[in-house]
Design a protein around this ligand. Structure first.
Ligand SMILES: Nc1nc2c(c(=O)[nH]1)N[C@H]1C(S)=C(S)[C@@H](COP(=O)(O)OP(=O)(O)OC[C@H]3O[C@@H](n4cnc5c(=O)[nH]c(N)nc54)[C@H](O)[C@@H]3O)O[C@H]1N2
Ligand SMILES: Nc1nc2c(c(=O)[nH]1)N[C@H]1C(S)=C(S)[C@@H](COP(=O)(O)OP(=O)(O)OC[C@H]3O[C@@H](n4cnc5c(=O)[nH]c(N)nc54)[C@H](O)[C@@H]3O)O[C@H]1N2
Ligand code: SF4
Ligand SMILES: [Mo]
Length: 723
């Protein structure tokens, strides 16, 4: 028998010789994995967890089951084209598919101008692919219309961080630093579900009773505050800002601010002090539903943990629960003001940070997927940066387009008069994940050309004229930048199936057909060019190389070239802030509630978010058997008293309706949500985003995913089964 086994499993696969060290395909924690090729087996690799400072040997179920997506039954293995609207997609050769895309782009641009073609990117793409896609938009298409799904994710935190600190790097410190803090305030980031291995880093603060968690739901992370580990503030949805303004009010009122730090390192405090003077905890209690006493105790807890008061340190961390609002930038500014008043940012053992989301949501915006940014996290409107990047790209700076528009606006303009008539989607499933998704589907139908590059036939791909099959994480080399701004290596373990090709090859081939040279299909070459283009920018990678990363994944940007020995920057702002005067800036912000607030005809708050065993639009995780068994379909969580008043029981179908659309979902009756609130996850077509509001933040372009007003009633389908 042993001879048979060795026949199907070559010797090198049985030893660890073929094993490859890489990182999980999904979220920004980028848990370290080892992939061992298993030729001849149903799954091409086995996945095991590797010890690393972020995941400490842990992985969640999505990471453990990630190999399943490599072998998905409907994995895309050949290009597909549609000969006419209404015709079925049919297999095609690469030449046929790429010729079709190039010739139709050329025709559309000839008739309607360069701006008639747009790109929508994704925060799951490697740094190399994100860079190549940004360059492709600006050099091969010469269109301003490029943006990405990171706009839905990190844009409010990024905008507020940039204006306060002059820089935005997710965590400006290694994740492990939070382990020593006396207090950690987490605003709407359900880490126990969205980054389970991260919870290990909260053990210290929980043992000291210092975890404060703000969420309208008693989520798994809220449960981490039980048994004296901390406190859960179960706020009225969309009122985080009122919590933050009143916490700052208490700090000032009780003279708990860090005067020395404010004098030395911060501008704008005197105005902010006036602006929060009306936010007595008793007033905030009316808005947030949190007792004034609890707000005062929270402010004192944070102050006593702060370095100024001799504490071991404090962190304020924000997540999508607070940021995905049309006032998200202001809310993050309120969080940063609070952190600055406590003297936390730029101090070892303390800080403010947003917890990033996608595997490379960080790198995506650093290398040019965002409408207004060039590589190195620099402004596309800055003449000096245009000149630098144009010289790396070998083009005239005058030929680079200017800033485009944020994602929601881009999607709205598709197919309208003067708007883009063609769209290339790389790494996003917008008909599931964009707000007011029904309107997005309408936009896609208006296009003359939709091209979707993906690993599986996503719901968005079903609208496409051309579908391009691409490689997945285990099939490619590259780099990813995790939630701590740490640059990681993604390494190839197996060949892709069928005709699936790397996006770098696809972009190089398309550029060539459009008459443009200078696109490499080799990740290592693209990385060298990316590093050069980033030189001198905020996210300076010019001192990084594959060789250095292969010797140890210790480098956090910025890492300028210098003499080649710059160690990178694990902790930012220790000496000063990268602002013109070296000081952080407080910004006055006014309280704003949800845009679509509850009213007579829509009396309940709808909040949206995630479950542990599904990822984003579900395109990947809905193809993994054990994850589907765990969460097979969308649902609505509602409180027993709300259920009773609508005569609803566990498992009943509930109709949810907003101004945007209506859905019917199964009820999960639970006292984990407030009686005035229902929760719906967004991982399925026809779930949360049929209902969500696409109003956006004026500064960041972030849509108001998290909170809107909804009407609910038993679905008609229940009536028959009930009587
Ligand atoms: N399992 C899983 N993990 C993931 C992902 C996934 O899809 N699935 N996606 C990854 C990505 S891209 C991201 S961005 C992160 C997101 O990670 P999180 O920010 O943790 O994710 P969400 O579940 O969207 O939202 C967090 C919480 O916000 C709460 N919330 C809703 N409204 C409000 C409000 O008004 N105020 C406050 N304070 N809280 C509110 C929700 O109840 C929810 O528990 O997760 C990453 N990890
Ligand atoms: N209601 C509501 N909606 C939300 C949110 C919310 O909290 N509530 N959260 C928002 C947030 S934070 C985010 S980040 C978005 C995410 O939502 P999406 O942008 O839809 O994210 P994914 O589902 O990860 O989509 C990635 C797609 O790219 C494919 N893919 C994977 N790797 C590659 C690759 O290398 N190349 C290419 N071309 N394709 C690849 C996957 O198969 C998948 O189809 O959703 C947003 N939508
Ligand atoms: S926590 Fe994130 S990176 Fe870690 S295994 Fe789960 S999905 Fe992957
Ligand atoms: Mo995200």
């Amino acid at each position: 028998m042993s001879i048979d086994l060795s026949a199907t499993r070559p010797a090198e696969a049985d030893s660890s010789a073929g094993a490859v060290a890489t990182h999980c395909p999904y979220c920004a924690l980028q848990c370290a994995q080892t992939l061992t090729p298993t030729p001849g087996d149903r799954l091409p690799v086995t996945v095991s967890a590797r010890d690393f400072p972020t995941n400490r040997g842990g992985m969640c179920q999505k990471g453990w089951s990630s190999a399943e997506v490599l072998a998905a039954a409907d994995r895309l293995t050949t290009p597909l084209v549609r000969d006419a609207r209404g015709a079925d997609l049919r297999p095609a050769t690469w030449d046929e598919a790429l010729d079709m895309v190039a010739s139709r782009i050329t025709a559309i641009q000839r008739t309607h101008g360069r701006d008639a073609v747009a790109i929508f990117g994704g925060g799951g793409l490697t740094n190399e692919k994100a860079y190549a896609l940004g360059k492709f938009a600006r050099v091969a298409l010469r269109t301003p219309y490029i943006d990405y799904n990171g706009r839905f994710c990190m844009s409010s935190a990024a905008a507020a961080s940039n204006r306060a600190f002059g820089m935005d790097r997710g965590l400006g410190f290694p994740l492990a630093d939070i382990g020593g803090a006396d207090a950690v305030l987490i605003m709407g980031s359900n880490v126990a579900v969205t980054m389970p291995p991260l919870v290990q880093h909260l053990a210290g603060v929980r043992s000291r009773g210092g975890l404060v968690y703000v969420d309208p739901r008693r989520s798994a992370t809220a449960a981490l505050t039980d048994n004296g580990s901390g406190v859960h503030l179960q706020i009225v949805p969309g009122t985080d800002m009122a919590v933050l303004l009143s916490l700052l009010h208490v700090l000032i009122d009780e003279d708990l601010v860090d005067h020395e730090y404010l004098a030395a390192r911060v501008g704008g405090f005197s105005d902010v002090r006036v602006s929060v003077s009306a936010w007595w905890p008793e007033r905030a209690e009316q808005v947030t539903g949190i007792a004034a006493g609890a707000l005062r105790r929270t402010a004192r807890l944070l102050a006593s943990a702060s370095p100024a008061k001799g504490g071991a340190g404090a962190y304020i961390l924000t997540g999508r629960g607070m940021e995905q609002m049309a006032s998200g930038t202001a809310a993050v500014s309120a969080a940063i003001n609070l952190a600055l008043a406590l003297g936390l940012p730029g101090r070892e053992g303390s800080g403010y940070a947003p917890i990033t989301g996608q595997g490379n949501g960080q790198g995506g915006r650093e290398h040019g997927l965002k409408a207004d940014q060039l590589p190195g996290y620099t402004s596309i409107a800055d003449p000096a940066r245009r000149a630098h990047v144009a010289s790396v790209w070998g083009v005239d700076p005058e030929d680079l387009p200017g800033p485009g528009v944020p994602a929601v606006e881009l999607l709205r303009r598709l197919g309208t008069d003067g708007g883009p008539r063609a769209l290339l989607v790389h790494g996003s499933n917008i008909v599931v994940s964009a707000p007011n998704a029904g309107a997005v589907a309408e936009s896609l139908r208006r296009l003359d050309l939709l091209v979707v590059a993906d690993v599986v036939p996503s719901e968005t791909a079903s609208y496409a004229d051309v579908v391009l099959p691409v490689t997945q994480w285990a099939e490619e080399d590259g780099t990813m930048t995790n939630l701590e701004g740490r640059i990681l290596r993604r390494r190839k373990a197996v060949d892709p199936p069928g005709e699936a090709r790397s996006e770098l090859w696809i972009l190089a081939e398309l550029a060539r057909r459009l008459g443009v040279r200078g696109f490499s299909e080799e990740p290592a070459e693209v990385f060298v060019e990316l590093c050069r283009a980033s030189a001198g920018g905020a996210a300076d990678y010019s001192g990084v190389s594959y060789a250095r990363l292969d010797a140890g994944e210790q480098i956090h940007w910025p890492c300028p070239a210098g003499d080649g020995s710059h160690p990178g920057t694990p902790r930012v702002f220790l000496d000063s802030f990268p602002t013109p005067d070296g000081r952080a800036r407080m910004v006055c912000v006014d309280y704003q509630g949800p845009r679509d607030d509850v009213r007579g005809d829509a009396p309940v708050y709808l909040v949206t978010g995630r479950v542990l065993t599904q990822y984003q639009s579900g395109a990947q995780t809905r193809r993994v058997g054990e994850l589907v068994r765990s969460e097979p379909e969308a649902f609505v969580e509602l409180h027993p008293s709300l259920a009773e008043s609508h005569r609803l029981e566990e498992g009943d179908l509930v109709e949810l309706r907003t101004a945007r659309g209506a859905v019917e979902l199964r009820a999960r009756v639970t006292d984990a949500v407030r009686p005035d609130t229902v929760f719906v996850p967004f991982h399925w077509l026809g779930s949360a985003n049929v209902l969500t509001n696409d109003a956006t933040d004026p500064t960041s372009g972030m849509p108001e995913f998290k909170v809107c007003a909804v009407a609910l009633r038993p679905a008609r389908a229940n009536e028959g089964s009930r009587s």
